[in-house]
Write a protein that binds this ligand. Structure first.
Ligand SMILES: [Zn+2]
Length: 225
């Protein structure tokens, strides 16, 4: 396994196929004065995620919030464990909350893992939400298409827009809960954020802005073709 690392000021990667478990999505840590996690891996690596947070010099006890971008097992597996252990506030979009809370249609069977359902403390509704967590403003944009309740999260760091886009690459097939037509509309909207850094769910951190644009447009072109 490789080591966790800093992506930019405030943002660190603490989980991924290379740094926590082969089944995990990319898990990002935001140092907002208090600690915020974006997504939670497939579930078998809770201890490793905690060790990785410590390895970067942070105290996991400072975790207050877990933001879930969408209800797929590789993004939510450790959510319940982390919420219990650190008394985290879990935020997700309302449209994916039933899946997170029930475990239905999260894809656990495809990964051969058992999912422990996790309560969602704050269910976001509507297209756009903004709120401060610690000292950092988080913007949540509803982007259905990969799942019915997918969302992306944007923060500013050193004057740069950091976009937690997670599964920009899809898949967008209905068999995985996707909707290609909605996804195309959502990718257009994500493109308009004009992010400088894209923290992707499986491809790692992509920068600068023109690389981000290129990455998103590749998948948008695929959807339109
Ligand atoms: Zn996914």
């Amino acid at each position: 396994m490789q080591s966790p690392f800093r992506v930019c000021e405030k943002v660190y990667m603490v989980g991924s196929a290379d740094i926590s478990s082969g089944m995990d999505c990319c898990v990002y840590l935001v140092d907002a004065g208090e600690l915020v996690l974006i997504d939670a891996g497939a579930g078998g690596s809770t201890d490793k995620l905690i060790v990785n947070i410590q390895a970067l010099g942070f105290m996991p006890e400072q975790l207050t919030t877990l933001i879930i971008t969408h209800a797929h097992i590789d993004h939510i597996g450790s959510a319940a464990d982390l919420r219990d252990r650190f008394n985290l506030r879990v935020i997700a979009h309302a449209e994916d909350s039933a899946a997170i809370e029930s475990g239905k249609k999260v894809g656990a069977e495809h990964y051969g893992v058992r999912y422990r359902p996790c309560p969602v403390d704050e269910k976001l509704a509507g297209q756009l939400n903004e709120r401060f967590i610690g000292s950092t403003k988080f913007s949540f944009m509803y982007v259905p298409g990969h799942t019915p309740g997918s969302m992306v999260v944007t923060i500013e760091s050193e004057g740069k827009k950091v976009l937690f886009g997670q599964d920009i690459h899809g898949p967008y097939m209905p068999m995985w809960g996707g909707d290609p037509q909605l996804a195309a509309i959502s990718l257009e909207r994500i493109m308009q954020i004009e992010a400088d850094i894209l923290c992707e769910g499986h491809y790692g951190a992509i920068k600068p802005a023109d690389e981000v644009k290129q990455f998103i447009s590749e998948f948008l072109d695929e959807l339109k073709s």
